[in-house]
Design a protein around this ligand. Structure first.
Ligand SMILES: [Zn+2]
Length: 450
């Protein structure tokens, strides 16, 4: 039987419509995209450059990555993916990591400019059209670590104490400082030109042994690091122990105030358990907060004489007291109290220890109402338990200027000032910073830029 012409026309029209719809559907108008984790600049042999190649349409058909240096071309990746049917989706993404390390060790790469070229093609559409993306990036391979020269001669440091070192680094250095065991301290250039060298204040924690290794390090933009040792002598210090009796009213006062003013804070079942949480966990959190705040410290010394001790004050604690806490004659906790408790008349004015800039002025957990002053190079002084704060964050302050009034906010049993000095988050002995001779010998003489 013959198919009528009219019917044939309908079939042809339907087929054409289907074909057109299909063409639009499978057109794939997107070309592959390439994302670079590092897209230019200095790279070291260990710098990892990650490429993310994606195609949102029908998927990737092929990916090539080539490395070029002084006329040599090396294919790093050359992949072709299986063709797909129109209703299928191919490889959507491919990530490739590159570091010069292997090529450098094989002698195939040397310092200087290099190029990475990526070519990505997507799966052809219904018309067998395929889209191609080509990108080329220039990098500078730097394999030379920065140079370091120590300028200051002697470095004496006590457990829980501070020290300064003066040194010079080559111009491509982006970061440098002193490593003390696990901790590192960042130094800063004394002048813009770098001719006068850099200064780094560093500390040996009260919790680190006098045998702790220390060295000076410098890093360039490509991540090359160098380290040198310097002359030093470290002294162990004996810290005393104290017994602190806890009374129920004291616990109640501390728990109520601190848990109300600290957000977020979850109370434990009993006041004693909540107190122990404040004395342990919150103490640690507060110190982490201070370390974080100190990262905004201005990278130069903001003062030129020794720190001032609160006038007419009596020192009620040694720098690092090991404290055993007793409740109803039972030992319930132990902590190291770092800093000084200075007692005077209640509501006494609190004088700023040295010139600087207020970097924090608010409630801070165990320290209650608290002011932190930045003295530069990561050196911060802390004034805690205040009844009143009379300065604002960002305000420049001078040695002896009133910051607020003493009180008993936070973890305090009576009206007193808690004074601490932090060096890049590590608590150090303020006695050294109060001593004009020590300050001159250990810091100012080394910072002198004349
Ligand atoms: Zn204290």
């Amino acid at each position: 039987m013959m198919v009528s012409g009219r019917r044939l026309g309908i079939v042809a029209a339907l087929a054409l419509t289907g074909f057109l719809l299909g063409s639009i559907w499978y057109w794939d108008s997107s070309e592959p995209t390439v994302e670079w984790s590092v897209s230019s600049g200095a790279v070291g042999s260990k710098t990892r450059i990650n490429l993310m190649i994606q195609d949102e349409g029908r998927g990737l058909r092929s990916v090539e990555l080539a490395l070029l240096q002084s006329g040599n071309r090396q294919n790093l990746v050359s992949e072709i993916y299986a063709p797909t049917w129109f209703w299928q989706q191919g490889e959507q993404q491919r990530s490739i990591g590159f570091s010069a390390e292997t090529s450098v060790s094989e002698g195939a790469l040397s310092e200087g400019e290099l190029w990475l070229e990526v070519t990505a093609r997507d799966q052809p559409n219904w018309w067998l059209w395929s889209r191609e993306t080509f990108e080329r990036r220039t990098f500078i391979l730097d394999l030379t670590p920065p140079q370091i020269e120590v300028l200051s001669g002697q470095h004496y440091i006590r457990q829980g104490g501070s020290e300064a070192i003066r040194y010079r680094v080559s111009e491509d250095t982006v970061a440098s400082g002193v490593q003390v065991g696990e901790r590192f301290f960042r130094g800063a250039a004394l002048s813009e030109q770098g001719m006068k060298g850099s200064l780094c204040l560093f500390a040996l924690g009260h919790d680190q042994s006098s045998e702790t290794s220390m060295w000076l390090w410098a890093e360039d933009a490509a991540g090359n690091r160098s380290r040198v040792s310097f002359w030093k002598k470290a002294f162990p210090v004996h810290f005393r122990s104290r017994r602190i009796p806890l009374s129920a009213p004291f616990i109640d006062k501390v728990v109520m105030e601190i848990s109300d003013r600290t957000k977020p804070f979850v109370r434990e079942e009993t006041p004693l358990e909540t107190f122990l949480k404040i004395n342990g966990q919150l103490r640690q959190i507060n110190h982490q907060q201070i370390e974080k705040i100190s990262r905004d410290s201005i990278p130069r010394l903001l003062w030129d004489q020794a720190f001032l001790q609160l006038s007419n004050s009596q020192v009620e604690s040694a720098f690092a007291d090991h404290r055993d806490y007793y409740y109803q004659d039972k030992k319930v906790d132990e902590q190291t109290h770092l800093g000084f408790d200075l007692a005077s008349v209640a509501n006494s004015p609190v004088e700023c220890g040295n010139d600087g800039i207020v970097i924090y002025a608010d409630y801070l957990g165990i320290y209650g109402n608290c002011v932190l002053v930045d003295h530069g190079l990561g050196l911060l002084s802390l004034y805690g338990h205040l009844s009143q704060i009379e300065v604002q964050k960002g305000q420049p302050v001078e040695r002896g200027q009133t910051l607020g009034r003493t009180g008993q906010t936070g973890l305090a049993g009576g009206d007193h000032l808690h004074f601490s000095i932090f060096l890049q988050g590590v608590q150090v002995n303020p006695l050294e910073w109060w001593d004009p001779r020590w300050v001159e010998l250990h810091v100012l003489s080394k910072a002198d830029t004349n």
